[in-house]
Design a protein around this ligand. Structure first.
Ligand code: FES
Ligand code: FES
Length: 150
């Protein structure tokens, strides 16, 4: 199935099996491996991307569905050498340990700040609620989003 995706502001033509997930296309066809495979069932947030402004699980979207959306992966957050504010803030707050969940958290944080530049703590926790972290960096992640917002 031939599809034209819009990923990180660029058109990407792919030829993939019907019902291929966006996650598999990003990782296996486009080599955008910052988007991680975790549960494959929409329950962990490791695979989150921004789709039309919302943080969504790319393991639950088909590539066909995604072809009608603007997709941003973690690789698309920085502008050249300039990291996105949430990327800088996560580094400054050491808001990661093994890092497996980090790209998904960055996506959720970036989507939040794009729609609400000054979120309160409840809004931040709500935005990160879909991102599971086996290392337990939740407190530092919240502080990082607060730092990025400020
Ligand atoms: S891999 Fe998609 S939510 Fe877990
Ligand atoms: S930093 Fe290890 S899973 Fe979150």
């Amino acid at each position: 199935m031939k599809l034209a995706l819009t990923v990180n502001g660029a058109r990407r033509d792919v030829d993939v099996p019907p019902n291929a997930t966006l996650l598999s296309v990003l990782r296996d066809d486009l080599a955008l491996t910052g988007t991680r495979y975790g549960c494959g069932r929409g329950q962990c947030g490791a695979c989150f991307v921004i789709a039309d402004g919302r943080a969504v699980a790319s393991c639950l979207l088909t590539a066909d569905q995604a072809a009608r959306m603007e997709i941003t992966t973690v690789e698309g957050l920085a502008r050249g050498e300039d990291l996105h504010p949430v990327q800088r803030a996560f580094a400054e707050e050491d808001a990661m340990q093994c890092g497996y969940c980090t790209s998904g958290m960055l996506i959720s944080a970036a989507a939040l700040l794009a729609r609400d530049p000054s979120p309160d703590e409840v809004a931040i926790r709500d935005a990160l609620a879909g991102n599971l972290c086996r290392c337990g960096v939740y407190g530092r992640a919240v502080r990082a989003v607060q730092r990025a917002a400020s």
